[in-house]
Design a protein around this ligand. Structure first.
Ligand SMILES: Nc1ncnc2c1ncn2[C@@H]1O[C@H](COP(=O)(O)OP(=O)(O)OP(=O)(O)O)[C@@H](O)[C@H]1O
Ligand SMILES: [Mg+2]
Length: 233
């Protein structure tokens, strides 16, 4: 479904991603692990064409996205939840979710009640304004917004950063349920290995903008050296 091949990304003269190859098949869920500054956010933004200057192939369902701008990539079925978890402060939670449907273009998004059913924490908050939410609540809203357009592939950039363990567990359960129920593929960037393992079937490790490991979680477990070399654990 999503194929990234030979992706190079630059900020000005800084060469950040070096020939990144990765795939997310239909309904596949994949993690990208890596230390601070390893290139996770740059990868996510590059796939959406939302910032870095990029070279390489990015295909969705066989169609080369080439020079498509980000809004077009969103209409084609990619949805990015960025790490800054922004919501519209002057809109209610309900409207924050509904407005996300515009990103779907002509594709049909999800029904808001179904999404709220999957995020029990959000249900009592639907009339609150974005400005009245805690960081963790905003993060839930950001993830719920990301799935509203019913993307082919959801790109989630470090969703657990700053969340309490109990919220991390709730988010994991909601995310897996949504992806399963609506056949949404997932590319998840994380430093929380528990969350990544719970939510995905495969893992890539990125270091200095290069993929240095890819495999199943069993393969990951059989390589403690990889974990020690490339992750801060
Ligand atoms: N706008 C920018 N301009 C120039 N360099 C940047 C920019 N954004 C990021 N970088 C650099 O690109 C490299 C990769 O950063 P990136 O944000 O992709 O890492 P990350 O893996 O997401 O890190 P973190 O876990 O801290 O979020 C870093 O060396 C960073 O300093
Ligand atoms: Mg980042």
């Amino acid at each position: 479904m999503l194929e990234v091949a030979g992706l190079n990304a630059f900020y000005g003269d800084s060469h950040i991603l070096h020939g990144v190859d990765l795939t997310v098949d239909t309904s596949d869920r994949v993690s990208v692990l890596g230390r601070n500054g390893s290139g996770k956010t740059t990868l996510m933004k590059s796939i959406l064409n939302a910032g870095p200057r990029i070279y390489g192939r990015i295909c969705l369902d066989g169609a080369d996205l080439a020079d498509e701008p980000s809004f077009q990539r969103a209409r084609s079925g990619l949805s990015l939840v960025p790490e800054d978890r922004r919501s519209f402060p002057h809109l209610t939670v309900r409207d924050n979710l509904l407005i996300a449907l515009t990103a779907a273009g002509k594709r049909t998004g999800l029904d808001i009640e179904q999404v709220l059913d999957t995020f029990p924490m959000l249900k009592p908050l639907t009339a609150r304004y974005g400005s009245q939410l805690s960081g963790g609540q905003q993060q839930m809203v950001a993830v719920a917004r990301g799935v509203m357009p019913r993307p082919r592939c959801l790109l989630l950039d470090e969703p657990t950063e700053g969340l309490a363990p109990v919220i991390v567990r709730q988010l994991a359960a909601s995310l897996v349920r949504l992806c399963d129920e609506f056949n949404i593929g997932l590319l998840l960037s994380e430093q929380n290995i528990w969350f990544a393992r719970f939510c995905t079937q495969r893992v890539y490790i990125i270091e200095n903008g290069r993929i240095v490991f890819s495999g199943s979680w069993d393969e990951f477990d059989s390589r403690p050296d990889v974990k020690h070399l490339y992750l801060a654990v």
